[in-house]
Design a protein around this ligand. Sequence first.
Ligand SMILES: N[C@@H](CCC(=O)N[C@@H](CS)C(=O)NCC(=O)O)C(=O)O
Length: 227
Amino acid sequence: MAPEELKQIHPLGKAPLVSIQAAGMSKPLILAESGLIIEYLIDHFGPQLAPKRYAEGKEGQVGGETEEWVRYRYYMHYGEGSIMPYLLVALLMGSKSSSLMRHKLALTRPFPDIQTNSPFFIKPISNAIVNNINSMFLEPNFKTHFGFLESQITSSPHGGQYLCGTELTGADIMMSFPLGAAKGRAGFNKEKHPKLWAYVERVESREAYKKAVQKIIDVEGSYDPTL
Ligand SMILES: N[C@@H](CCC(=O)N[C@@H](CS)C(=O)NCC(=O)O)C(=O)O
C-alpha cells in the first residue's frame, strides 16, 4: 500500500505524483495520474515523444489526425482505463487455483488476496468464486486484450516496432508498466504473442528504461513490476 505521507501531497495518496515548483509560483503544481504526468513531461521536456497530430494539409480538421497520434492518445487512456483494471482484479483474486497466472502475484507485498486470506472454512466457497471470476471474466478478457495488442504491434504504422509507429512515444512508456506486470502471467506468453513479447523486451532493453529501473532499485532496493 502507498505510504500515508502521499496523502499530504494529493488527497488520493497514490503514486506516481509529481510536484512542480517553478520560479514565480506561489505554491507547487501537483500532478497525479500517470497519463497526465507523461503528457505534461512530454509537453515541456520531450516533444519528440509525441507523434505529429495532423496529416499534412489537414491541420485542425475533424478526422485529420494521423494514425500515430490517434494511437498515442488511445494508449494514454487504455493503459489505466482498460488493461490495468483486469490486472488489479487478478491481483485481488490471488492465483493459487488459477491457470492464468504462472507465478503468484504480489508475494512480497502486504496485500490481502481473496484466496490466500480466506479463513480455512470459507476457502471452498472463496475458491469457487475466484475460479468463476477467472474463467468467466479474467481469462476471456485477457485473451481478447493480449490478442488485440499482438495485432496492434503487428499493424504498427509504417511497419514500426513500437505501438505508434517507428519511434518510441509516451504511449510505449505508459504501456510499459501493465505489460511488464503481465509478462509471463495473465495468459500473456511468448508462444501466443511473439510480437508483443519481443516488443516488451525491446522497450525493456532500452538504455533509458534500464536507467529508470536502476533509479528505482537505488531508492527501493529492488524493482518488481508485478504491482
Ligand atoms: N490511475 C492511477 C493509479 C494510481 C495507483 O493506484 N497507484 C498505485 C501504484 S501503481 C498505488 O499507489 N497503490 C498503492 C495504494 O493503492 O495504496 C495512475 O495511473 O496514476
